[in-house]
Design a protein around this ligand. Structure first.
Ligand code: NAD
Length: 264
């Protein structure tokens, strides 16, 4: 089997990356950075997010597994002290694959014919660099509301425990192929009105954001931000693609939620 190991870049993660690479090579697996079948990330959730984006064009042929060298990660759920156990699992046992839904984001500009497509594993956030975000929100082709406020967050189920949670969104089980729209400080008074609650949309329901003011926008996909001008629309929906995780032992989603947020 072809594998690669990525590291957050700190000394502990780099050392562990070397150890894992040596072990797996000794077991007869082939290191292949370009076309790995399994990607082992060492660091935190950010390291796994980066690896996901690096291999986003070959998601069908790639499985991810994450080791955390800091606190328990949501995606990086193996402890550094369990690395040896994980290596033996990878080398010796056929693994189960668990698939999680992703978000498709298509950005269109007023002065460009070409659209730009992105995939998010956690979420896409839309804010402005200055002033409020004012945009029409269409759902399934119909105008739903005009949003005015700090911004909007559209998250995947597995991303619902990240930024979305901080915005008061619900935690969604990743078996629900859906996306969640949550507001960032919407302005609600006699003039401006938004629904005020997070919305959960199923597969095939599209959410189209159409900015109404000519301001520079900050569009963030997971950990990467870009500044956009002359944005015509941002279209979000559940992607056709899925991210695949290698599972060697049961670690149910709700157990991870409990361990991350509630405690023992
Ligand atoms: P980072 O280093 O700032 O990490 C942010 C934290 O989010 C880390 O503790 C990480 O473990 C955690 N995290 C990431 N994905 C998660 C998930 N699916 N469920 C639960 N926790 C998760 O940045 P990073 O590591 O590059 O991660 C980028 C992510 O940070 C973004 O996708 C966004 O979700 C999150 N973020 C959160 C807030 C907030 O909660 N207010 C603000 C900005 C970004």
């Amino acid at each position: 089997m072809r594998f690669t190991v990525t590291s957050r870049g700190d000394e502990t993660s780099n050392t562990l990356k070397k150890t894992i690479t040596n072990y797996l090579t000794d077991f007869g697996l082939t290191e292949n950075e370009k076309e790995p079948e399994i990607v082992i990330t060492v660091g935190g959730d950010g390291t796994l997010l980066q690896a996901f984006h690096h291999y986003h064009e070959r998601l069908d042929d790639t499985c991810f597994v994450g080791i955390h060298t800091g606190h328990l990660g949501f995606y990086a759920d193996w402890k550094a002290s369990e690395a040896e156990k994980l290596v033996i699992h990878i080398a010796k046992t056929p693994f189960q694959v668990v698939e999680y839904p992703l978000l498709e984001v298509v950005v269109r500009h007023h002065n460009e014919k070409k659209s730009h497509r992105h995939l998010a594993m956690n979420e896409c956030t839309i804010k402005t660099l200055e002033g409020s975000l004012v945009c029409n929100v269409d759902i399934k082709g119909e105008k739903f509301e005009t949003f005015r406020g700090d911004g909007l967050c559209i998250s995947t189920p597995s991303g619902s425990t990240a930024y979305n949670k901080a915005l008061g969104g619900a935690i969604l089980h990743p078996s629900l192929a859906s996306m969640q729209i949550s507001e960032m400080a919407s302005i609600n008074n006699r003039v401006y009105r938004t629904v005020g609650s997070p919305l959960i949309l199923p597969q095939h329901h599209t959410c189209l954001l159409k900015p109404l003011n000519e301001v520079d926008m900050q569009i963030t996909i997971d950990h990467t931000s870009m500044v956009g001008q002359h944005i015509k629309s941002i279209q979000c929906r559940v992607a056709e693609e899925k991210v695949r995780f290698a599972r060697f032992r049961p670690f149910p989603f709700w157990k991870r939620v409990k361990e991350s947020f509630v405690g023992e």
